[in-house]
Design a protein. Structure first.
Length: 77
């Protein structure tokens, strides 16, 4: 009984994660400032262009960490 309960929680967590990821991709085009924050590095020399979204990656990482922490905390109860 415990294994099926754990499997159900895992499937629900995976579904929630896919829902959030889909929502982010759907809204990604509407968030025009994302990727153009101070601290995002854009280097262009001639025909070569490199873009390193450092600040954006840090913000997304912190948000995902908080969201996953809350979800896992709720599942442990």
């Amino acid at each position: 009984m415990s294994e099926s309960s754990d499997l159900g929680k895992l499937i629900a967590l995976a579904g929630t994660a896919l829902l959030l990821l889909g929502g982010l991709l759907w809204l990604g085009g509407k968030i025009s400032w994302l990727g153009r924050l101070p601290g995002d590095i854009h280097v262009q020399q001639g025909n070569v262009s490199c873009f390193f979204p450092l600040t954006t990656m840090i913000i997304v990482s912190v948000l995902l960490t908080v969201i996953l922490y809350v979800i896992l905390r709720l599942l442990r109860k």
